[in-house]
Design a protein around this ligand. Structure first.
Ligand SMILES: NC(=O)c1ccc[n+]([C@@H]2O[C@H](COP(=O)([O-])OP(=O)(O)OC[C@H]3O[C@@H](n4cnc5c(N)ncnc54)[C@H](OP(=O)(O)O)[C@@H]3O)[C@@H](O)[C@H]2O)c1
Length: 214
């Protein structure tokens, strides 16, 4: 599979590394390819280009930029290059204000998530929320004594979610599909919950698991 990863930060590199590990081809998108020279040199199968180059390249696109600039990055990527494709949205709407007792502030409300904003701005792209509520160091095939952690996902397009489910299988996660785009109102704040342990106890290695009776 060809994957376009929008971003040059830790999440973009972790997910790009995961796709390469599992035999996919990756192009990362950035405003400054110089930032990725080291990564590309060390990862066979990785290329770097503009946001538009990466979006065009991908059959699947990953959005891994700062939440407050997600719309700008997608505009640079170009609606036509995203149209009809699954867009894995790993972003969080983290505000610039500092956390209060370890609790991050968001610039969104509980009545509208960032992913819903992105979905309405780019109606022909198929956004799927995923990989937003675990640290980048544990995104790819994490090993936990309690077994596979749970990746909570949501999105309006069933085919796009099926594609993300397949990626989650490869990356060592069980998938919990929470439904349509509105479910991102609940999935995005999992990032707040996840980060509390980091900010208050310096514990950054955990992940969530959903337990069922059967
Ligand atoms: N860090 C984690 O472990 C973690 C875990 C789960 C989810 N997340 C979420 O994943 C996303 C990426 O996190 P990160 O820590 O890897 O990186 P980040 O520092 O939040 O974002 C870096 C990316 O944002 C882009 N960016 C910044 N300003 C921009 C602008 N004005 N226009 C266009 N693009 C701009 C940068 O583009 P350039 O390449 O052009 O500089 C870069 O690719 C965030 O939304 C974060 O909340 C993070």
């Amino acid at each position: 599979m060809k994957v376009g990863v929008l971003g040059s930060g830790d999440v973009a590199k972790a997910l790009a590394g995961g796709f390469i590990k599992h035999g996919h081809q990756v192009m990362l998108g950035t405003r400054d390819t110089g930032k990725l020279a080291d990564f590309v040199a060390k990862h066979q199968g990785a290329k770097a280009g503009s946001f538009a180059d990466a979006a065009k390249f991908g059959e699947v696109v990953v959005l891994a930029v700062k939440g407050s600039v997600a719309l700008d990055a997608l505009k640079s990527a170009g609606a036509a290059n995203l149209s009809g494709k699954p867009v894995i949205d790993a972003t969080n709407p983290i505000a610039d204000a500092p956390p209060a007792n370890g609790v991050l502030k968001f610039f969104t409300s509980l009545d509208q998530s960032l992913m819903e904003r992105l979905q309405s701005a780019f109606p022909d792209a198929h956004f799927v929320k995923a990989y937003n509520s675990v640290g980048n160091a544990r995104m790819i095939n994490p090993q936990f004594p309690a077994g596979k952690p749970t990746m909570f996902i949501c999105g309006n397009d069933e085919k796009a979610k099926a594609a993300v489910r397949g990626i989650n299988d490869q990356f060592g996660w069980e998938t919990a599909d929470m439904g349509k785009a509105e479910a991102a109102r609940a999935i995005e704040p999992l990032c707040m919950l996840w980060c509390i342990l980091g900010f208050t106890k310096n514990e950054w290695t955990h992940a969530f698991k959903l337990l069922h009776m059967a």
